[in-house]
Every structure is written in C-alpha cells, then in structure tokens.
Design a protein around this ligand. Structure first.
Ligand code: SF4
Ligand code: SF4
Length: 295
C-alpha cells in the first residue's frame, strides 16, 4: 500500500499551526484538550483509574469531564479570550473511542462552529477504525495512536485487559486483538492522508529495547512522527516499582527513533484538559473550564 506524504491533501496552515507537530508553532499557537471521554476500553499496567490517560498526559488529579455541548461552550469562550487557539484535541481522560458518541458529537459541534480549527485526536487505537471515514469528512487532520510494541508477546506484559465488541480479553489474546486493530487503524489513517503520530511509552525491561523495531515498522506504514514517553511509575499500578527511564536513556532511545522517523522532542505530556501554549497552562482558561462544567 502506498504511503501518503504528510502534506498531501492538507493545507500548509494545518501543518504549521499545530504546536505539537511543528516546534516553531510552540510559542505562538495554543491548543486545548477537551475532556469529553471518561471511559477506557483497555487497562494499561501503567494507568490508574482516576488519573488522566498517561498515553497523552501526565498522571494528575482527575479532570472535569464535559458534555459535548459544554465542550463547545468552553471552546467558544476560550477562542474569544485566546485568538491564537489553533488546535482542538480530544485525549481522554480515557479513550476517545471508548466514548465514541461523546467524541464524534463534540467534533461535529466544533467543526460547525469553527471551520478553520485544526482538529486532533489521541487514542489507543482499539476502536478508531469504524470512525475514520467520518473523521476524514469532518476534516480532522492529526491522529496520535499509542503503540507500545509490534509483538503481542511484548504487549501482553503491558496490558491487563482489552474490551472489544462487548467482550473482555486477557493476556496474549487481548494483546493480539489490540495490536491487530492498531495496525489496521494506522494503515487506514495513512491510507486516507491523516498526519499520524505514534506515541510509545518506554517501559524498562519490557519494550525499552524494542523502540527501534517499532520505529522501523511505523516508517514502513508511512507514520509521520514518533514520540517516546518515559514510563511514569504510578503507585498502585503493576508498574509502580519499575524505575523511570533517565533522560540520558531517553536521549539514546530518540537517537534510535531518528534512524527511521523524526522523533518528537518537545512533547510536554499534557493532561487531558491541557489548555494554552505548550508547557504553559493558562490559569484563566482553567477557571473557564470549571465554570463551564457547571452549566
Ligand atoms: Fe489509562 Fe489511557 Fe491506558 Fe486507558 S489507554 S488504560 S486511560 S493510560
Ligand atoms: Fe502535544 Fe504532547 Fe501535549 Fe499531546 S501531550 S498536546 S502531543 S505536547
């Protein structure tokens, strides 16, 4: 299957104004994550319920969860206050496609109100496939998939369970379903020209020696950029005692990625309700978020 170059079919502006995909946009354009997706359809061994999804965010206190209508009201107020808001994303606090009604309704409402807004999603990839066509119609441009390995053997050590089409799967069986769906989703997303980022959580002793393999496989599939995130050991999870990879180690990991794909070097591990310029959350915006959540 032919790979689509990242810019094909997409306006220049779309590529330039996403602060996560273009380092130069970091100090200039703001993004907001709309916390409309509370549930998750898998259990990662590094995640504790009540925390934001660590695939795209730093563990922290639970965010407010907004309805799609509240999310629209929030975005309208933010845009008035922050004209440089260029990206609206959905990244949890669970998975967008474990909450597909909320996610798709929110995207439709935002697209109707803001035809120019860059729309972006971050998912574990288990259940995105059925929605790709509509995401394309809505002109969502950027999708991040968290992929922690390319072998079910590795993945079975990272995921406790996977819930797919109303059934629960454990161990290798769960890992196989997840991996198959992730691969199909990435192929399909690239097939219709999405900009795709892969996030990999680097877990010492489990996948820390497999990052090069993952990057090579993702390059084959036309993925645009890869973001490696060091495991953040959270108390009460199976990985609580695993040592967090050092920044020197992560530097080496990124070198390995660079052999195949551009690594993302400025990810701020934002929360599911992050808002403002990258790395500089906006307190006034947080106040608007809590006001809107009471509407
Ligand atoms: Fe937690 Fe995110 Fe993993 Fe779901 S996908 S279990 S919310 S880290
Ligand atoms: Fe961008 Fe990383 Fe923040 Fe996501 S978590 S909005 S990719 S900087």
């Amino acid at each position: 299957e032919a790979c689509t170059p990242p810019s094909e079919g997409l306006g220049e502006a779309i590529l330039k104004t996403h602060p996560c995909f273009n380092k130069e946009a970091k100090g200039e354009y703001a993004r907001v994550h709309l916390p409309v997706a509370p549930l998750c359809n898998i259990q990662c061994n590094y995640c504790k319920r009540g925390f934001d999804c660590v695939n795209e965010s730093r563990p922290g206190v639970t965010s407010e969860v907004l309805s799609p209508e509240q999310a629209l009201a929030y975005t309208i107020r933010l845009k008035e206050k922050m004209p440089h808001l260029s990206v609206v994303g959905i990244a949890g606090p669970g998975d967008p496609f474990a909450n597909p009604i909320q996610t798709m309704t929110t995207l439709r409402l935002i697209r109707k109100e803001f035809p120019e807004m860059v729309l972006c999603l971050s998912t574990n990839g288990l259940n995105v496939l059925p929605y790709i066509e509509e995401l394309k119609e809505l002109n969502v441009s950027h999708v991040t998939v968290t992929l922690n390995g390319t072998e079910s053997e590795t993945l079975s050590k990272i995921y406790k369970w996977v819930r797919f089409e109303k059934r629960g799967y454990f161990g290798k069986q769960g890992a196989e379903i997840l991996l198959k769906n992730q691969m199909e989703a990435i192929r399909a997303l690239k097939g219709v020209g999405f900009i795709v980022k892969v996030n990999t959580i680097v877990v010492p002793g489990i996948n820390d020696d497999k990052v090069g393999e993952i990057a090579a496989a993702m390059k084959e599939m036309g993925v645009d950029v890869m973001n490696t995130i060091p495991l953040y050991p959270v108390e009460g999870t199976p990985f609580a005692e695993v040592e967090e990879p050092s920044s020197a180690f992560m530097k080496e990991v990124r070198k390995e990625v660079r052999k195949h794909l551009p690594p993302m070097t400025h990810c701020s591990r934002c929360r599911a309700d992050a808002v403002g310029l990258l790395g500089q959350d906006d307190p006034e915006a947080k106040r608007i978020l809590s006001e809107v959540s009471c509407l």
